[in-house]
Write a protein that binds this ligand. Structure first.
Ligand code: NAD
Length: 680
């Protein structure tokens, strides 16, 4: 047996059964790393020598079975040590699969990546209803590396298996049962009985019905797999270029090849190691680790001490913030001067909540937790008030005026303003309330955008900021601390980029060329399309605010003003820089060649990089890491580049890189991205 702290625990049970429990010391979740594998092998040896009647493999953690590979270890391993680790993992899982006794993975909570690969090497899998399964590797620029690409298509239909691995999506226990990934999905109290029943069936895998077997055989044949692979390649190409995201393409290649041999596992290992050394994987892993670190920072505070949230303004933003907050376990009262707006918001929220799993421990239904409150009675018992009224300082100040005598002593007042300085809004607030005043800048659409800027004004206390961070983390959003300054972080760096796009059109470029240049860089949507989607009036307004408040920012370009004056506001009016039909911009073919696109990229990004530098100099965010996270998760900056600071560093380090610093924009610009930024 390996020495050191016990990670696995082998317990013999009555009737000749044994349970091998994984419980990695000092971690909230089990992850799979070198030490886990070393000890696993030692126990396998013991089990091989003296096999039980059946072996149950489970987790000792409340959080679940296993979260996947140890990403920190993975990110810091060089190619050779990673290959050695994967070879070791393959051998260990082959040995688990080859044990003479039946093996059953007994699963609760998260069962992802490497965890799912361990479960797939068992003869049977049973799960309780809390279990969630998935292969998220593709989101880190990788694919499964411990036999998952081999074993999953044998257990579930090949096309579905490929789809699961390509999307990185998580499925719940019921869906897993439907797909045949688990034998049983049962309430927690029946889990052990289900595990025993599975063990009693012996080593033989569950048989499919005749029709399912036929479908499986067709899909698993060489022509079947080729057909599925070709379709998947075409679908993938619509969303990700192979140049920027090689992992899905490598995964499809593996899927298509002959399976069922050591050669296939070797091909998986080699492909995994190759991907792990790409800049894309390194950047995506870096982002993941920095994101986790930010979440840990938010959790480190004494907590938020918030259970009731009162939201004022049930428009576009307030309605969705209310819905999201209730869904995540908080009691929410929703106020608006217009009752019909509240009714509409609640109706929409119910529709959205139906069918979504409720992740809170609260026994009340999320629909019950969201309460219409036209008179604002909820203010008196609220621990947090979020104001999402119109973007006019005098309206917001009037709303705060009405709160003064009703607030609980520790209640936080938050604003969702996207452009008004907190100091201006806080003017009328008496002393202690000003200390508990903070910006919670959610992005649109709230359900999809992961980032929330936590804006501290001059008077915001550290305690308020810490409670706000902890609250936003508790509702499953990424809380980014920023200083109160025009545009905060996200709008400040993106507006100049959006307006530069319009300026290029002013100079004679076509919108299609400008968008193609940005997309070629890796942005998910070109800036012209984004501006049209956000609304050209909003871009203009924010552009003007930044130009007014920041000396170096120029006035918005002529074409933008002309479009707004003509009432061509973009998607919402059916016409902006593009004509919109069925919610899509009608784009002509881009005719610019690679050289032109490269030049356009330089010019497009120069103002963004310039603003990045200024934001760091002004201390608006605490670090480059925070800035990168804000840009990727708040605005859709190309994730595989790791954020603008990482991209700049890598550009400087690249051997053929021309100048050390990006060109200064001749005329920096402005625009509001926060009103509806792209998804990261
Ligand atoms: P909206 O116009 O859709 O909603 C504002 C709501 O406030 C309306 O329903 C209105 O009836 C209500 N209201 C007005 N006066 C009120 C009062 N005295 N008391 C209670 N309710 C009142 O606006 P929105 O787009 O949801 O924006 C709200 C805030 O969020 C603004 O500060 C905006 O800058 C910010 N924001 C908006 C977006 C976006 O994309 N819409 C994105 C980020 C931030």
């Amino acid at each position: 047996m390996a020495r050191g702290k016990s990670i696995w625990h082998l317990k013999k049970q009555a009737g000749g059964y044994a349970t091998l429990t994984l419980d990695v010391p000092g971690q909230a979740q089990n992850t799979l790393g070198r030490a886990v594998l070393d000890q696993f092998e030692a126990f396998l040896e013991e089990i091989e020598k003296n096999p039980p009647k059946a072996l149950f493999v489970r987790s000792g953690k409340e959080s679940g079975f296993m979260a996947g590979a140890d990403i920190e270890e993975l990110g810091s391993s060089d190619a050779d040590s990673l290959k050695a680790l994967i070879d070791q993992g393959h051998k260990a899982l082959n040995r688990l699969e080859a044990l003479p006794c039946p093996t059953v993975a007994v699963i609760h909570g998260v069962c992802l990546g490497g965890g799912l690969e361990v479960a797939l090497a068992c003869d049977h899998r049973v799960a309780d209803h809390s279990a969630r399964f998935g292969f998220p590797e593709v989101q880190l620029g990788l694919h499964p590396g411990l036999g998952g690409t081999e074993r999953l298509p044998r257990v579930v239909e090949p096309a579905t298996a490929l789809q699961l691995m390509l999307t990185g999506k998580t499925i719940d226990a019921r869906k897993a049962k439907k797909l045949g990934l688990v034998r049983d999905a049962v309430p927690d109290r029946h889990l052990l009985a289900a595990a025993r029943a599975a063990a009693e069936t012996g080593k033989q895998k569950r048989k499919r019905g005749l029709l399912d077997e036929l479908k499986y055989t067709l899909e698993f044949s060489s022509p079947g797999k080729r057909f599925i692979a070709n379709r998947a390649r075409k679908e993938t190409a619509k969303h990700f270029s192979e140049k920027h995201y090689p992992a899905p393409y490598a995964l499809i290649d593996l899927f298509e090849q002959e399976t069922g041999s050591d050669d296939a596992l070797e091909a998986e290992a080699q492909s995994f190691v190759k991907l792990s050394q790409t800049e894309t994987a390194k950047n995506l892993i870096g982002l993941f680790l920095r994101r986790e670190a930010l979440k840990r920072e938010a959790r480190r505070s004494k907590g938020h001490d918030i259970s009731h949230v009162h939201i004022i303004g049930a428009g576009t933003m307030g309605a969705d913030i209310a819905m999201w907050t209730a869904m995540n376990g908080f009691t929410v009262t929703l106020q608006d001067i217009d009752r019909s707006v509240i009714a509409k918001a609640i109706g929409r929220a119910h529709k959205w909540m139906d069918g979504k799993p409720d992740h809170s421990d609260d026994v009340r239904d999320p629909e019950d937790r969201l309460i219409a409150d036209p008179k604002g009675d909820g203010v008196r018992s609220a621990d947090l008030i979020i104001e999402a009224g119109p973007e006019k300082a005098e309206i917001k100040q009037k709303i705060y005026d009405g709160l003064k005598d009703k607030l609980k002593s520790r209640a936080i007042i938050a604003t969702n303003t996207s452009s008004i300085r907190l100091e201006t809004l806080a003017e009328g607030l008496p002393g202690p309330n000003a200390g508990r005043f903070v910006g919670l800048h959610f992005f649109n659409p709230v359900t999809k955008m992961p980032l929330v800027e936590i804006v501290s004004g001059e008077k915001t206390t550290k305690e308020t900021q810490a409670r706000a961070l902890a609250f936003i983390e508790a509702i499953a959003k990424l809380p980014l601390p920023v200083k109160s300054a025009p545009g905060f972080l996200v709008n400040r760096i993106l507006t100049p980029y959006l307006l530069q796009a319009v300026k290029l059109i002013d100079e004679g470029c076509s919108p299609e060329e400008v968008d193609a240049a940005a997309e070629d860089f890796g942005m998910q949507q070109g800036p012209v399309e984004v501006a049209d989607t956000v609304g050209l009036d909003i871009c203009l307004e924010v552009g003007r605010v930044l130009a007014r408040d920041l000396d170096h920012v120029a006035d918005p370009p002529a074409q933008l003003i002309e479009k707004v004056e003509a009432g061509d506001l973009g998607k919402k009016t059916g016409k902006g820089f593009y004509t919109w039909s069925d919610g899509k911009p009608q784009k002509a073919e881009n005719e610019a060649g690679p050289k032109t696109l490269e030049k356009l990229q330089e010019r497009l990004l120069a103002p963004l990089y310039e603003e990045v530098r200024r934001v760091l100099d002004e201390g608006i965010v605490a670090s480059e890491d925070h800035l990168d996270l804000g840009a990727v998760f708040g605005s859709g900056f190309a994730p595989f580049r790791g954020g603008p600071c990482t991209a700049l560093r890598q550009k400087k380090a690249a051997p053929s890189s021309p100048p050390e610093t990006p060109a200064k924009p001749e005329e920096p610009a402005k625009a509001d991205m926060s009103e509806e930024p792209k998804e990261a």
